[in-house]
Design a protein around this ligand. Structure first.
Ligand code: ATP
Length: 445
């Protein structure tokens, strides 16, 4: 399927500059709406639906910041990329803290500009929260976001906890974006998805000849973080031996490459996340207690989706818009029955499950609105043949899901044992569980 062209909004009063940008973006296949003043932009509906808005900070009638704040106050800010002069960097950084996507210094090289436009637009299309929704609209998530703003300015570690799919990585990215580390990269490591024997060299790197097969020096994630945020996802699944090395990284702010003799200073912030109860895990001697206390200096607990109904409704709307855009389909919304079922659903896979169900519904729905059976085929009565078929992939997913759940039951919740029963690797099983929205059984303890 042809991807839809990127919709770029441009707010730029300099006509020579504006024309050059429009021409270049059009050559790149983007569709562009161009406004030469703040009022003109704010009066246009196209501003709200842009994948990215490129905005000059200094405009004849108002500043770019005024425009952005006005959109935020209205609860509807699309992603903004600010173009700024050297003297306005402070303002641009402040705007990033408010949730703007990015800024670029003038004069810029066009290729760099295009890269930033594409990158930021893609992130917003992929569902990274923009000013539109952020972490959520419920009182709990607003409180979590206020806490995140208090944590953002310093460099202490943060531990984010919550069930699988609840938005821990999205939260970590938002924390990064609003922190002084936003100028550096956000480096995410999924400690559960990387096989245990590779994890150490992936995180810390290795010297040439450190072990058989180490033909070249390799820089690990810690070294590549370079002033940004190192996000250690699923830290509760990290092998004990490696936990000791992470403890040293947090305490000494330095590390050794495998086979290396010289400590390398770590520049950046450590954010960790887990769906496990780490206090419980440390009682069971599965997680180092000293590491837990080091990581849990600042904590952020994200409540499960079923406990915040306002977010269920808001995210259904958001994911529906996104899925319609990417699948090129149109629906008027959800039937009231579908909404009711969604409000009572346990959402064990949280937002990931919600996104998957909405995407599936958009693919199979054939009425004006999304019906209960489009979203919950596993609950609906078998549909008469005349209503059409569920796609083969949907049937396969359901069968896989049930079979994996049976294996997890049979193994008493041990993922490694379940993988053995299923004849697949632990990593493959973990990937399948994530894709199908199956919570890890230990999260339910
Ligand atoms: N605030 C949000 N706005 C838009 N989408 C969101 C938000 N929070 C979560 N999502 C979506 O929900 C899904 C799961 O989010 P995320 O990966 O952050 O969860 P997680 O808690 O880190 O999951 P896991 O425990 O499996 O690592 C993703 O598709 C993400 O885009």
């Amino acid at each position: 399927m042809q991807p839809e062209p990127l919709r770029v909004g441009l707010i730029e009063d300099d006509t020579i500059m504006g024309e050059a940008i429009v021409q270049r973006l059009a050559l790149e296949g983007c569709s562009v709406d161009w406004w030469t003043s703040g009022r003109e932009a704010l009066g246009s509906a196209a501003l709200d639906t842009a994948d990215i808005v490129v905005c000059d900070i200094r405009l004849p009638d108002m500043t770019g910041e005024d425009i952005y704040r006005e959109k935020l106050d209205a609860g509807h800010a699309p992603p903004f990329l600010f173009v700024t002069g050297f003297g306005e960097i402070d303002q641009a950084v402040r705007l990033m803290r408010l949730g703007a996507s990015d800024y670029l210094l003038k004069p810029f090289v066009f290729d760099e500009f295009l890269l930033r436009v594409r990158d930021n637009a893609r992130k917003s299309r992929d569902g990274e929260p923009s000013g539109l929704l952020r972490l959520g609209v419920s009182a709990q998530m607003r409180a979590a976001e206020r806490l995140l703003d208090r944590y953002a300015p310093n460099d202490l570690p943060v531990l984010i906890t919550g069930e699988t799919g609840v938005g821990k990585e999205v939260t970590a990215r938002l924390l990064h974006k609003r922190s002084p580390f936003a100028q550096g990269p956000f480096v995410a490591v999924n400690c559960a998805a990387i096989p245990a024997d590779l994890l150490e060299s992936e995180i810390f790197g290795h010297e040439r000849g450190a072990f058989t097969g180490a033909e070249r020096q390799h820089l690990g994630y810690a070294e590549r973080t370079q002033g940004g945020t190192l996000f250690l996802d699923e830290i509760g699944d990290m092998p004990l031996a490696l936990q000791a090395k992470i403890l040293r990284l947090v305490e000494d702010r330095s590390f050794y490459r495998i086979g290396g003799e010289r400590p390398i200073p770590f520049r950046g912030r450590i954010v960790a996340a887990t769906h496990r109860d780490l206090i419980e895990a440390s009682r069971a001697r599965d997680f180092r207690e000293d590491l837990y206390y080091r990581l849990a200096v600042l904590t952020l607990e994200l409540p499960p989706l079923r406990k915040r109904p306002e977010d269920i409704v808001r995210f259904m709307g958001l994911f529906l818009e996104e899925a319609c855009r990417s699948q090129n389909r149109t629906f008027k919304g959800f039937s009231s029955m579908a909404e009711e079922l969604a409000l009572g659903h346990p959402w064990r896979g949280n937002l990931r499950e919600l996104r998957n169900r909405v995407e599936r519904a958009v693919a199979v729905g054939n009425q004006e609105r999304i019906l209960p059976q489009d979203m919950f085929p596993d609950r609906a009565e078998p549909s008469p043949v005349a209503e059409g078929f569920v796609p083969l992939s949907g049937v396969r997913d359901e069968a896989e899901r049930r079979h994996i759940e049976r294996a997890l039951d049979a193994s008493g919740g041990q993922v490694t044992e379940a993988a053995r029963l299923l004849g697949i690797s632990r990593t493959t099983l973990w990937e399948k569980m994530t894709r199908l929205g199956i919570p890890s059984p230990r999260s339910e303890s």
